[in-house]
Design a protein around this ligand. Structure first.
Ligand SMILES: [Zn+2]
Ligand SMILES: [Zn+2]
Length: 117
């Protein structure tokens, strides 16, 4: 379950793995990179301090720590982006890149069920 919205995590990619992808994307925007990554790392520090016994195993790094869902995490990053002078183009691109509807991915839904506890 997600610590923020209490919804079941259906696509368990942990915020740490997502950050790696966001970092890669931000190389295009050096003027935003430093400020945004600072915020993200603060956030990650906070959630690292939560000792979890019910974390979901991340499908990317196999660590048991995906306890903030991709939706809540990208929502947080989006809101931080909004505070920065990022502009409409960057905001739209972020939404395009990190739109976690997962329509275009081949993750198996069944695979996640056995790790949901
Ligand atoms: Zn959530
Ligand atoms: Zn991960």
């Amino acid at each position: 379950m997600c610590d923020v919205c209490s919804e079941a995590i259906t696509n368990p990619i942990c915020p740490f793995c997502l950050t790696t992808e966001i970092e890669a994307w931000l190389t295009l925007y050096p003027h935003l990179r430093k400020d945004l990554l600072k915020k993200i790392h603060e956030y990650l520090n906070n959630i690292s301090n939560i000792i979890t016994t019910y974390g979901t195993t991340c499908i990317k790094c196999n660590e048991k720590r995906a306890h903030v869902c991709t939706y809540c995490f990208t929502d947080f990053v989006y809101r931080e982006l909004m505070k920065l002078p990022s502009g409409k183009f960057v905001m739209n691109e972020f939404l395009e890149f990190f739109d976690f509807d997962f329509d275009h991915t081949g993750y198996s839904e069944n695979k996640n069920e056995e790790v949901s506890l």
